[in-house]
Design a protein around this ligand. Structure first.
Ligand SMILES: Nc1ncnc2c1ncn2[C@@H]1O[C@H](COP(=O)(O)OP(=O)(O)OP(=O)(O)O)[C@@H](O)[C@H]1O
Ligand SMILES: [Mg+2]
Length: 252
């Protein structure tokens, strides 16, 4: 069983798209997959479920200890989702006085984690308590970088937090891989940026680069994964390859 957080405190780099479609790819490969939405924006949840779908409870109530994770989980075709809700936006403030407040997600997953081969967590674009809970519950991190100018800017803060978590909360946490997203091969700049990312992170960077692909941006409005929306798209091809690399572990 592997628990993997998709992270970057920078917004709009492809974390949610990557969590959903890597998870859907792993599910296509025959694994039991759970996706957890730890972002108060609830983009993952509403990319797969209609707004009108009654989601009575979310990960928010689970973190507060008001209900179990298993009672909140909903399914989407072949995989499961632990949904988020807007109430999560208050969690940073509300949970600040809870004892062991970094461990809330980890503890909540104890009862269900053995049912899954992969649990993928979509992190919010900040380094607050929700991200800290995700990192404490995970054994692995995948850092998502957009193949754009300033991709590496601000990463030292993220790396700093990872080091603190490894030291104080979760010594087993490791950066499993780096994925470059929204790549346009016609743009010299994108090529250069991926070169810089490879210089910086070496073999941790997945060989699969996620291309800029309109189908990936369209699929959420139909509440579909890329495989359900357009199986023949570049997006489907790339995320299936990435899922295989994640399964195998990055070339070391
Ligand atoms: N490879 C891609 N090609 C084209 N569009 C993409 C691709 N990946 C993501 N997008 C689009 O870019 C936008 C940002 O992607 P996404 O929501 O996955 O990023 P995020 O890092 O989760 O953002 P946030 O930090 O706000 O949670 C979305 O509109 C998404 O549909
Ligand atoms: Mg997101």
């Amino acid at each position: 069983m592997r628990i993997i957080s998709f992270t970057n405190q920078k917004g709009g780099v492809g974390k949610t798209t990557s969590t959903i479609n890597t998870g859907a790819g792993l599910s296509k490969l025959g694994y039991n997959v759970l996706l957890i939405d730890m972002d108060p924006q609830a983009n993952l949840t509403y990319s797969l479920k209609k707004h009108s779908t009654k989601l009575r409870k979310s990960v928010y109530e689970v973190l507060k200890g008001e209900c179990s994770a298993s009672s909140v989980i909903v399914d989407h075709a072949d995989f499961d989702i632990l949904p988020a809700s807007i109430e999560l936006s208050g969690a940073d403030m509300e949970l600040v006085n809870e004892p062991a407040r970094e461990n809330l997600l980890k503890d909540a997953l104890e009862e269900i984690k053995e049912q899954y081969d992969f649990i993928l967590i979509d992190c919010p674009p900040n380094l607050g308590l929700l991200t800290l809970n995700a990192f404490t519950a995970s054994n692995e991190l995948i850092i998502v970088l957009q193949s754009e100018y300033l991709a590496l800017h601000g990463l030292s803060k993220l790396i700093g937090l990872i080091k603190i978590v490894q030291k104080r909360l979760n010594p087993d946490l490791k950066v499993e891989g780096i994925v470059c997203t929204i790549y346009d091969k016609r743009k010299n700049l994108n090529r250069e940026v991926v070169g810089h990312i490879r210089d910086y992170f070496g073999s941790k960077v997945y060989n699969t680069i996620i291309r800029d692909n309109i189908a990936l941006a369209e699929a959420p409005s139909y509440h579909k994964t890329i495989f359900e929306y357009d199986e023949d798209s570049h997006g489907a091809e790339d995320y299936l390859l990435l899922a295989k690399e994640v399964r195998n572990g990055v070339a070391k």
